[in-house]
Each structure stands twice: as structure tokens, then as C-alpha cells.
Design a protein around this ligand. Structure first.
Ligand code: 5RP
Length: 236
């Protein structure tokens, strides 16, 4: 994370640095997962070390937990925190209602639990994440390993009745083996191209036995901070 940054990394770091300013002494803060969230954790570590900021962080993945500890952030579990003042996380897509697709990094289950247990959720992103219609980014669905194929079949059948632009699904792989989440589950990515009714799709998916959680975040995000490579910031 040093040296010459790509424009995308610069934009992510600009958004993350702005969001880090929302963290105050004494807060309990959910820490998201992904490359943008990693910039946030880095910046918060700098504030802890340089400015003496004192807050407790609840990471949304083992990756973020390891980074947070590395940079000197006090890490606690969500149960130890009880409730959170703020969660700051990245997103794969967001629209004008601040509905999100998350889970590109495979952490949306813990991310959603943490965001839902927060007074406020701030998303940090580069401009590429802003879309008119959600769905170009594949929608991740976390499923338990037991009965994986029948769960995938039920998801595909459910999509037939949905207002979407595409209906193919793919088990996410990590080399030759299925990707495994921090909760020991797998992820089926839904290539929908266009999501007509996010609320309906989210409800239907989560009613399928075997589905743990989908990557649509509805009515959860309060603010999106979009960073640009020239250091500008847009607030949505
Ligand atoms: C991980 C996520 C990430 O927030 C999302 O994939 C965005 O990642 P990045 O900041 O690397 O673009 O939901 O599960």
C-alpha cells in the first residue's frame, strides 16, 4: 500500500481516509472487508498510533481481524461489543437508494450481521461502484455445504419468477475447490445482469433452505462516500 498508487487505489484511499474521520474516541466500530476497507483499517491504525484515537473494532472477516490487530486497533467480537455505533465497509455496487451488492470478497454474511447491529453504516467506494441498476456485479449467496446442488437448483427455479436480466448461477471456486467462507460455507454467484426488485429477490432467496444470506443490503446504508483519484469526495 505504498509507492505509486493506481487511480483506483488512490480513489479508494481517499474515500477511506474521509470515512476514518467519522470514528471518535470510545466508539465501537464495525470494520468491513475488501480492498477499500483495508485502506480504512490502515488509516484508523495510523490515527490510533499517531493521534491516540481510542476505539474498539469489530472485524467482519479473519482477514480484517488480522490487519486490524497488525496496525494496533483493539479488536473485540460483536458479542463483546453488544451493539455498534458505526460500521464502515466497502461495496461492489450501490444505487441511488443506497441499496448495495456486497460479498465480492465472500464476507457478506458477517458484514450484514455487523451492519445490522450498528446505529449507522457508511460505505466507502470508488466511482466505478455507482450504478443506475444493480445486477451487473454477480449477486453472492452464501449457502451451507450440505445439499449444495439441490440448493443451487432451488435458487435457479426461484429466479424463473423474478424480474431479472439473467439467470445463470455459478459456484464460486478457489482454484480446484469450492471457495469456503469464514463460516465454513460456500458461495453461489447469481449472474442477474439487472435486478428489478431487490427486496423481492432478497426475501425469496433467504426463504430457500440451505441459503444462509444473500449479498443485497437494503435499508442498511446511511451514507456512501465516493473517493476520486484527484482527492475529491462525493457524498451520497
Ligand atoms: C466483501 C465485500 C467488499 O466490501 C466488496 O467486495 C468491495 O470490495 P473492494 O473494496 O475490494 O472493491 O463485500 O465481502
Amino acid at each position: 500500500m505504498t509507492g505509486e498508487l493506481s487511480p483506483a487505489d488512490k480513489a479508494k484511499s481517499v474515500a477511506a481516509n474521509r470515512a476514518a474521520g467519522y470514528v471518535e474516541d470510545g466508539m465501537r466500530v464495525g470494520l468491513g472487508t475488501g480492498s477499500t476497507a483495508a485502506w480504512l483499517v490502515k488509516r484508523l491504525g495510523e490515527r490510533v498510533r499517531a493521534d491516540g484515537l481510542r476505539f474498539r473494532g469489530v472485524p467482519t472477516s479473519t482477514r480484517t481481524a488480522a490487519q486490524a490487530r497488525d496496525v494496533g486497533i483493539e479488536v473485540i467480537t460483536l458479542d463483546e461489543a453488544g451493539w455498534l455505533d458505526l460500521t464502515i465497509d466497502g461495496a461492489d455496487e450501490f444505487d441511488s437508494d443506497l441499496t448495495l451488492i456486497k460479498g465480492g470478497g465472500g464476507a457478506h454474511l458477517q458484514e450484514k450481521i455487523v451492519a445490522r447491529a450498528s446505529d449507522r453504516m457508511i460505505v466507502i467506494a470508488d466511482a466505478a461502484k455507482e450504478v443506475e441498476t444493480l445486477g451487473a456485479f454477480p449477486l453472492p449467496v452464501e449457502v451451507i455445504p450440505f445439499g449444495l446442488k439441490s440448493t443451487q437448483k432451488l435458487i435457479e427455479e426461484a429466479l424463473v419468477a423474478m424480474d431479472v436480466g439473467g439467470r445463470t448461477t455459478a459456484l464460486r471456486m478457489n482454484g480446484d475447490a469450492p471457495f469456503v467462507t469464514d463460516e465454513g460455507n460456500h458461495i453461489i454467484d447469481l449472474h442477474l445482469q439487472r435486478i428489478g426488485d431487490a427486496r423481492q429477490i432478497s426475501t425469496v432467496l433467504n426463504q430457500i433452505p440451505g441459503v444462509v444470506e444473500n449479498g443485497l443490503f437494503i435499508d442498511m446504508c446511511d451514507l456512501v462516500i465516493v473517493g476520486h483519484a484527484d482527492s475529491r469526495v462525493d457524498l451520497h
